[in-house]
Ligand binder design. Structure first.
Ligand SMILES: NC(=O)c1ccc[n+]([C@@H]2O[C@H](COP(=O)([O-])OP(=O)(O)OC[C@H]3O[C@@H](n4cnc5c(N)ncnc54)[C@H](OP(=O)(O)O)[C@@H]3O)[C@@H](O)[C@H]2O)c1
Length: 260
């Protein structure tokens, strides 16, 4: 069996690669910069928007679509026709958007798809790293409760779905509990060995900041989503435990791994 891993230099992909290698599986990676590719794999340099060379001869693909628009997805997935595709998606795919459009394009080229819909990746909180080291995280909606998932759990789900038959399965991939963002910041402080306090950022200020790198439309919908999570926490799913055989890793463990 030969598996193509996209996003192999990223947070989830690097664990997918090491897990596959650990199982003795032949791994190919598609990377933009050959110098950043992991060891022990066949490297194809290129872009995910044009993966034809990388797709040749592989049986399965770990697919990331790291863009805020689905433009170009139909062409990008064509070379994966009839292959097993494990796509790192988002819970919001059920409402459409970029993740919904990518899922639809994947379903159009193969019946052997598995969708890993995450609520949110714990790595999102790395954006607070600099502020946390200074003792204060200033961000909006400290009481928004999120079930952020450890990237190793996403990778474990992907490994199962790449190596076993999980065709036409959509999994909700979450952490083991929904924690307020202010509590996540506090746990990062525990890992750092110093108190970290949450400072509520006015939403207008957050909108301006987020728009700069997410685009205005995405920023507004992200803020609306976080606002809703104050009263209605993100769901917690048992799919990680069901599929991998171990419970999802808690946020404090993630924080210790990344901040201590
Ligand atoms: N953040 C969340 O809460 C959340 C929620 C739901 C879904 N997701 C999905 O998860 C993805 C992030 O996954 P992750 O954390 O494992 O990755 P990551 O750490 O964000 O890294 C992104 C990866 O994609 C690669 N990449 C970027 N642009 C590329 C291109 N044009 N062609 C080929 N490769 C490209 C990067 O390679 P380089 O080394 O070349 O930069 C890197 O390996 C998001 O893009 C999103 O679709 C995220």
């Amino acid at each position: 069996m030969k598996v193509l891993v996209t996003g192999a230099t990223g947070h989830t992909g690097r664990h997918v690669v090491s897990g596959l290698l650990g199982q003795g599986i032949d791994v190919r990676v598609l990377v933009r910069d050959r110098a950043k590719a992991p060891e022990g794999v066949h490297v194809v340099q290129g872009d995910i928007t044009n993966p034809a060379e990388a797709a040749e001869g592989v049986d399965a693909v770990y697919l990331l679509w790291p863009f805020f628009t689905a433009e170009g997805i139909e062409n990008a997935v064509k070379p994966f026709k009839d292959k097993r595709i494990v796509y790192l998606s988002a819970m919001s795919a059920e409402e459409g958007g970029v993740w919904g459009d990518v899922e639809a394009a994947v379903e159009d080229v193969t019946e052997r798809w598995t969708f890993l819909r995450v609520t949110g990746l714990a790595t999102n909180t790395l954006a607070w790293a600099g502020q946390a080291r200074g003792g204060v995280v200033r961000a909006p909606y400290g009481q928004a409760k999120r079930s952020l998932v450890h990237e190793r759990d996403v990778a474990d789900m992907a490994l199962a779905a790449l190596a076993e038959d999980h065709a036409k399965q959509t999994y909700l991939v979450t952490g083991p509990e929904a924690l307020a963002q202010a509590e996540q910041a506090r746990l990062i402080g525990e890992a750092l060995g110093k108190p970290v306090r949450w400072e509520e950022q006015p939403t207008e200020e957050a909108k301006r900041q987020l728009s700069a790198y997410l685009g205005a439309e995405f920023a507004v919908s992200a803020l609306r989503h976080w606002a809703s999570l104050v009263d209605e926490p993100e769901p917690v799913s048992l799919d990680v435990a069901r599929v991998t055989g171990h419970p999802a890793r808690p946020f404090d463990e993630w924080a210790r791994e990344h901040f201590s």
